[in-house]
Design a protein around this ligand. Structure first.
Ligand code: FPP
Length: 248
């Protein structure tokens, strides 16, 4: 076992880890490959990190696989990513079953090509009894859009007389987000030396610990995950309180 892994405290594992998997394109460029090969290696990294996360007993892993803004990339790259999504879903079902990982998806899923939606639905259905970890793919996901959709849904419930304005609170709001039922991330990791949130889980990360690494996503390995968790375990999460209140 690696010494980093040995140092991890099993009773302080983050329950929910969110990842912005950035740098596939730069990784490919560095190696002189096509960008699409960068994404293919990104899938390998995701398989590896999802498996390592499940082994660490992380309960929820939520990854940014395709943002609402990614639709603006060259059509060829968008098509390649959508095709990769379909082949990866088919190929990875076994990994999900072997590791008891339940697949979930959040985002404007109706905007995905039909083939992607069908494949997603199928894998979500086949893995629904898996109870070790939930892997959520954020696809065609944008946090501002998610917040607007929640607002519209709440307004509709008020309009129909099913909800009183005074009863709108954080719980009501959270229940109307795509992530309803999923606890907020404890740790958010972003790879590739970018210090941005990029419209990812804005409401949900209000109190998450943020971890940035220069590693490009295809080169992010188990050891890097352990490093991020060790770093997280060294931090004191005060949620607005003072140290002494936490210890008492
Ligand atoms: C960021 O790298 C990554 C993405 C936009 C896609 C991430 C996708 C995967 C890891 C594969 C799994 C998901 C699907 C949809 C099959 P980038 O291309 O922005 O890298 P760059 O910033 O270096 O150009």
């Amino acid at each position: 076992m690696s010494s980093r892994k040995e140092q991890i405290q099993a009773d302080r594992i983050p329950k929910h880890v969110a990842i912005i998997m950035d740098g596939n394109g730069r990784w490919a460029k560095k190696k002189g490959y096509l960008r699409s090969l960068g994404h293919e290696n990104g899938v390998d990294a995701l398989r590896n990190i999802a498996t390592a996360s499940a082994k660490l007993n992380i309960e929820y892993l939520t990854v940014y696989a395709f943002s609402s803004e990614n639709w603006n990339r060259p059509q060829r790259e968008v098509n390649a990513l959508m095709a990769l999504l379909v082949t990866s879903l088919k190929k990875e079902l076994k990994t999900l079953m072997d590791n008891k990982i339940r697949l979930n998806a959040i985002g404007n899923l109706a905007s995905l090509p039909d083939k992607c939606q069908q494949e997603l639905d199928e894998v979500i259905l086949k893995t629904r009894e898996n109870d070790h970890m939930m892997l959520t793919l954020a696809l065609s996901y944008g946090s501002k859009e998610e917040i607007l959709e929640a607002t519209k849904s709440i307004a509709q419930q008020v309009k129909e007389g099913n909800l009183a304005v005074e009863d709108i609170d954080e719980v009501t709001f959270t229940q109307n987000l795509y992530t309803s039922g999923i606890p907020d991330p404890d740790l958010l990791i972003r790879t590739s030396n970018e210090y941005r949130i990029s419209n990812y889980l804005l409401w949900q990360i209000a109190y998450s610990e943020l971890y940035f690494t220069p590693k490009l996503w295809p080169e992010f390995k188990d050891e890097d995950l352990y490093e991020a968790i060790l770093n997280y375990q060294k931090r004191e999460r005060r949620f607005g309180k003072i140290s002494e209140q936490l210890n008492s």
